[in-house]
Write a protein that binds this ligand. Sequence first.
Ligand SMILES: C[S@@+](CC[C@H](N)C(=O)[O-])C[C@H]1O[C@@H](n2cnc3c(N)ncnc32)[C@H](O)[C@@H]1O
Length: 216
Amino acid sequence: MKFHPPSTIPDVSSPQYWSARYRSGDTPWDLGGETPALAALLDRIDFPRPTEFYQPRVLVPGCGYGHDALMLAQRGYRVTAVDFAPEPIEYLRQTARLAEVKLEALCCDIFDLPTLRGSVFDIVLEYTCYCAIDPKRRSEYATTLAQLIVPNGIVAGLFFPLDDLPRSEPPFTVREEEVRHQFEAAGFVLVDSWIPLESHPARAGRERLMLFRKLL
Ligand SMILES: C[S@@+](CC[C@H](N)C(=O)[O-])C[C@H]1O[C@@H](n2cnc3c(N)ncnc32)[C@H](O)[C@@H]1O
């Protein structure tokens, strides 16, 4: 009989893994406020803006404490923020209530969302969910986002960490070419890609903004 040593790779597909980290305060990914590069992206002239007549629907997958979701809602977007760990979702609901901001904070597995919602979102704002899921599920993740977005809708993704060494726990390393391949295979076209100047100092040069548009 073969001996299999216990795996040291955490089960990142289970909400229990993430809940335990929230409960113990082990959340080094949390910037404590909105992500500077994403705030700058929303200010870009060509980024879809809410108007009196049209409020784009934005999905924030793996939202954590939801600072970016709150920022979007405060700017007038219709926001659905999703995380399968209940602790950050409860936090976000309370923060939104206190700030008197309307948003939907859903406790659910992002891979289950297409059956619950279908393709209703104009924009997906992706930040550190891609690097948090099991890398073997990245193609499934891109396909899931494609199912959730309306034709011509966009994924605005800030992809982190662009490091050289692979990691055995989140954040799992990302590469521009690999991200592009996953989203193109899922039916998106890359419309822009750049290293933002506004990154948080600890992440400067280690993240890339990529805009994908879903083909009709
Ligand atoms: C690295 S944290 C980033 C949180 C947030 N985006 C931020 O920047 O602060 C990854 C988050 O994704 C959530 N997550 C991971 N896999 C998920 C899944 N399959 N469905 C929903 N949420 C997921 C985790 O619970 C965790 O809150």
